[in-house]
Unconditional design. Sequence first.
Length: 143
Amino acid sequence: MDKSLGIEIFNLQELFSRIGIIEQTSGGISCASIVISPQTITMKLFVAGLPNDFDDTDLKEMFELYGEVISAKIVMDRETGKTKGFGFVDMKNKAEALETIEALDGAGLPRGKKIVVKEAEEQPPRNNNFNRSNNRGFNNNRY
């Protein structure tokens, strides 16, 4: 492992055999061909500044003008059921997603709003076990 770069160098033959794309045969090694290009990698976008009357369909249709959309989701407030004004769009093609960011980031919408479009950042997993115990809020250990 090269600690200065923080990367681990793998024996590709061993790695490919682990994930099932290479096989050891009596005649040698058989390998499936893999082509990964930036155009085939998906990208999740963060979109903010959306109007209150926007729904998932509106968001998807807006982004489909720029490329293939896998999904579009506007984040809703659990208590009020109203939009929080931001959402996420998964685009199938990274190159199209980057072009979409350039085209839409800072674009004006009706009523003078400007939207923010950028690559979504991965959030660390939440700890959903906050203050959960078997005593359900009662102090059973007080005596």
